[in-house]
Ligand binder design. Structure first.
Ligand code: ATP
Ligand code: ZN
Length: 291
């Protein structure tokens, strides 16, 4: 299918919800990805990596069979296809949950209320496992698309589908109920990965780059000026990943304080920093963090 050029192969979704985030992650790893249009295989110009653009449902199997050594895909698809691959890392995007949804005016008090119901889904394997683990006898109606229309068409009583905002459910007069599975995009690899030394080095380097991008995404670089007398109080407020850097300035009464902090903490502490005397507060994005 592709030429044997010694490059590592990574399968990504060709066009869908995971495509943009997958490619952005790789671009942030400093990989030069050109427009792929309709090509199946695309070489990365500045790295010994080929991207395979596939339907997401095919990715776990391609990785399991070793056609690609690595892949980026939703955990839901791995479970549904029952593929034997190794999850290396959660990637923090494509978060969604597989939920049983029921008509707005219906009620589900207990799991056992599912007994005897017809549930439409495009995840028959996950749903069947869930039902049998919970000793529920319900009919699984396998539908490949527009599952949410099934109850109004009279094909099923309930549905089991991926939900993130719940807007699609609302449009179809449905509401989310029981949670069957939480999912997000993950990096996977072939279980019996046997790489020659060159490929193995690229593999380790790619993992390190991905790790550093993921670390950086959740962190920000905080800089501010702090009067000498307030230093102790300010340092206590900073939820720093490592010990903050404190630097003298030309004005002997003021110090510069720098720290890497979790992004979501900034707005929690900024007012406290100001009242403790910090000024000239800057918050900067970080491209990479190598721990
Ligand atoms: P393909 O044509 O490649 O088979 P698809 O239509 O099956 O695409 P998408 O809808 O693009 O797949 O979803 C891909 C993945 O994105 C899902 O497997 C899931 O992990 C995640 N996902 C699905 N729905 C949502 C959602 N509503 N919000 C966030 N992530 C989602
Ligand atoms: Zn799919």
């Amino acid at each position: 299918m592709q030429t044997e050029n010694g490059n590592l192969r990574l399968a990504v979704q060709k066009s869908g919800r995971l495509t943009e985030n997958s490619l952005n992650l790789l671009k942030n790893c400093n990989l030069d990805i050109e427009k792929f249009n309709d090509r199946l295989v695309v070489n990365i110009k500045n790295y010994k990596l080929d991207l395979l653009f596939l339907r997401d449902d095919d990715i776990p199997e391609y990785v399991q069979d070793g056609v690609a050594e690595l892949g980026i895909v939703g955990e839901d698809v791995i479970k549904e296809t029952k593929s034997d691959v190794k999850i290396i890392k959660k990637l923090g995007f494509g978060k969604c949950s597989l939920r049983i949804a029921i008509p707005e005016n219906a009620e589900l008090k207990n799991l056992s209320d599912l007994n005897g119901k017809r549930i439409a889904t495009s995840f028959p394997n996950i749903l069947k496992d869930f039902l049998s683990n919970n000793k529920i006898e319900a009919k699984v109606v396998n539908i490949s698309g527009s599952v949410e229309a099934a109850p109004s068409l009279g094909i099923a009583d309930y549905i089991c589908d991926l939900v993130s905002t719940g807007n699609t459910l609302k449009l179809n007069k449905l509401k989310a109920s029981i949670n069957v599975l939480e999912s997000e995009a993950v990096l996977i690899k072939n279980k019996d990965l046997k790489l020659n030394l060159d490929k193995y080095k690229i593999y380790l380097n790619l993992l390190a780059r991905i790790e550093s991008v993921l670390n950086a995404k959740n962190s920000k670089y905080l800089m501010m000026n702090v009067p000498h007398d307030s230093l102790e109080e300010v340092l206590k407020l900073i939820p720093s990943l490592k010990s903050p850097t404190v630097l003298p300035l030309a004005d002997k009464n003021i110090l510069a304080v720098h720290a890497v902090i979790p992004s979501e903490k900034f707005w929690e502490i900024v007012d406290y920093l100001k009242s403790a005397g910090a000024s000239g507060i800057l918050l900067l994005s970080i491209e990479n963090i190598v721990l």
